[in-house]
Design a protein around this ligand. Sequence first.
Ligand SMILES: C[S@@+](CC[C@H](N)C(=O)[O-])C[C@H]1O[C@@H](n2cnc3c(N)ncnc32)[C@H](O)[C@@H]1O
Length: 180
Amino acid sequence: MFTYTADFSSLTHSIVKNFIKEKKVAIDGTLGNGFDTDFLADNFEIVYSFDIQKIACEKYKENQKKNVVVINDSHHKFLEYINEEANCIIYNLGFLPGGDKAITTCHKSSIESIRIGIDILKSGGMMLITSYRGHDEGMSEYNYIQELLYKLPKNKYAVMKHEIINRSNKSPVLFVVEKK
Ligand SMILES: C[S@@+](CC[C@H](N)C(=O)[O-])C[C@H]1O[C@@H](n2cnc3c(N)ncnc32)[C@H](O)[C@@H]1O
């Protein structure tokens, strides 16, 4: 049984819990079934959570935590809804588990959102992106994200990539961006 490498969701939560000191504002760029949003809500004062699928937003609202703001819109529109810096931004890309697999995150809006997210990340804050390479759009999204993150200035950001190297080169990847 694997523990550290078992799933990127637990790893993401553990990194957020242990390494982000100031836990005021968090953004979940992909609400989905609300698993990450609930985790963020338990650890941060306020959470802004985005999803383009109405069904995901409505379902989450049935048991919504009171410090969560659910936004039924695309994450590349962060600035239309948020006017403060964030200590943490999480993306779990791809499609909604148990939902319509045709509705998946796309590189264009993901890249735009990540660029904006990096700007509004507060000093000491972190962005964590889980990218799925098992389908064509996912692989392309992964390549664009990696290209963008490679170019971040090293005096201001450090980027770490978690990848299980003895599996297929289509297995998921977790990127962690830390802002100085
Ligand atoms: C893998 S799921 C997220 C899982 C979620 N983090 C959880 O804990 O259940 C990806 C979600 O991203 C959403 N999505 C796709 N494109 C989006 C966009 N441009 N902006 C916001 N959400 C988007 C999908 O509708 C889907 O629900």
